[in-house]
Design a protein around this ligand. Structure first.
Ligand code: PLP
Length: 447
């Protein structure tokens, strides 16, 4: 290297760190320093010009502080655990940001003493479900159910119908979850049918053994449906047994929803006599991950005071986002649920027209969607979709942004139900980008 070699003029690390102070603030000093070191190496090796070092640093920096990448959900499946369940309303996102600093989540500024954790969220829940005397928010739906069993039926047996022993996904089974924490489950009835007299007989059998039934569990079979000669007693019948009823509604509808007339809801089950109702906040309720308990004051209080409750506490971010969701008239999940083929057709046609020049064989077709994980099993959601060649699916879902379409009928189906209208142009551009790169590839393979 000669004395006037431009590579001698490589800027020093501390100067570069100063110049990239904005990135340091967002991404942290270590990440920026690593990018600087690599860019300096590039200049030294002659791969990058001296005055190109800032661009080289920028290229090496992550564009986001999280490795999670946004997905445009074009599947038509509204709630899916693998892609983060409910998208939050804008108001809930604002609440998350507010709660990100120090906040009075468990503090009363007047007395300067501890206050009830998340009291604003609990008030919002009780406003939405006046049939409940008391409310509690925990980490998720599974925690709500587990805590309810532990607190309401300690050292006693809990009855559950064989028709309601469900696996909720990824191999997790509710009965195993409860038993692993010491809940003594007693199965009653048959897979397809259970009668009130089955529960009554089980209560008598347990008593004959000198033990006691502490609760009856009612679990909404939220992810499958038994058809034909089948049935289990409803909450109203179970509440005649003289034992507390813990009712896991799962999907989190707080009140009846006209689009899903057969889906249970917390208000109805409380009115039918459930002692407590438990639910997820990030399914049909459309909020952040959380578990909700609503019901009789003494029962909810015993759950709140249970030692295990501290290990399943809701985080302040979730409490804030849940409160905002509860005050939101139509969160995105409900909006998506209430879309109809007619309300979607014009948008769908516009997207199809916009990509027709770039993609061979584009069509608009009628399709049938699903509500998805934790709600309305077997309910068909009629919809429309842009139909693309099936080889479009992989490049779409690995592009930026990722577009997750549905593979069906040998086609790649793009359903706009769960895509916000503002994102239609981004979607069009994503489809055109796949067309461009597939043209480039086929041009490359011609010679
Ligand atoms: C989803 C679901 C659960 C689990 O809730 P998480 O919030 O995922 O922990 C429990 N019971 C029922 C009926 C469900 O649908």
């Amino acid at each position: 290297m000669t004395s006037d070699d431009p590579r001698r003029r490589i800027q020093r690390t501390d100067e570069l760190l100063k110049r990239h102070a904005d990135e340091v603030r967002v991404l942290g000093r270590d990440a920026v320093k690593a990018a600087i070191t690599a860019a300096q190496d590039d200049v030294r090796a002659g791969r990058v010009a001296v005055d190109g070092i800032d661009a080289a640093i920028a290229r090496r920096l992550p564009t986001s502080t999280t490795t999670l990448r946004p997905i445009l959900n074009a599947t038509g499946v509204i709630v899916h655990t693998n892609i983060g369940r409910a998208p939050l309303a804008a108001a809930a996102v604002d609440a998350l940001v507010t709660a990100s600093g120090y906040v009075d989540v468990e503090f009363d500024p007047v007395t300067a003493k501890r206050a009830k954790r998340g009291r604003g969220t609990l008030a919002a829940l009780l406003d939405r479900v006046p049939d409940a005397q008391s409310a509690l928010v925990v980490n998720n739906g599974a925690a709500a159910l587990l805590l309810a069993c532990l607190a309401i039926a300690p050292d006693t047996s809990v009855l559950v119908s064989r028709g309601e022993l469900i696996e909720i996904g990824d191999g997790f089974r509710l009965p195993e979850l409860l038993q692993s924490a010491g809940v003594r489950l007693v199965e009653v009835g048959m897979t397809n049918r259970t009668h009130v007299r089955d529960y009554q007989r089980a209560i008598d059998d347990v008593a004959a053994n000198g033990e006691r039934v502490g609760a009856v569990l009612k679990i909404h079979t939220s992810n499958y449906r038994v058809e034909g000669f089948a049935g289990v007693p409803g909450v109203a019948e179970l509440s005649t047994l003289g034992v507390p009823v813990i009712a896991d509604v799962g999907s989190g509808l707080l009140a009846p929803e006209r689009v899903l007339p057969d889906e249970p809801d917390t208000a109805t089950w409380l009115r039918e006599g459930a002692t407590v109702v438990t639910a997820s906040a990030d399914k049909l309720l459309g909020g952040p991950q959380a578990g909700i308990v609503l019901g009789e004051e003494t029962a909810v209080e015993s759950i709140r005071r249970h030692p295990m409750a501290r290990a399943m506490r809701a985080d302040k971010l979730a409490l804030a986002a849940l409160e905002a969701t509860l005050r939101e008239p139509v969160p995105p999940v409900l909006r998506a649920l209430r879309e109809t083929p007619d309300s979607l057709r014009a948008r769908t046609q516009r997207v199809a027209d916009a990509v027709a020049g770039a993609v061979p064989d584009v069509d608009v077709v009628d399709v049938v969607g699903r509500v998805g994980g934790g709600g309305a099993p077997g309910v068909a959601v009629p919809s429309v979709a842009v139909s693309l060649p099936d080889r479009w699916a992989l490049p779409l879902r690995t592009g930026t942004p990722m577009v997750l379409a549905r593979a069906a009928q040998g086609r790649c189906l793009v359903d706009l139900r769960c895509i916000p209208e503002e994102a239609d142009d981004v979607l069009i551009e994503a489809i055109r980008a796949v067309a461009r790169s597939s043209r480039k590839q086929s041009a490359g393979t011609v010679n």
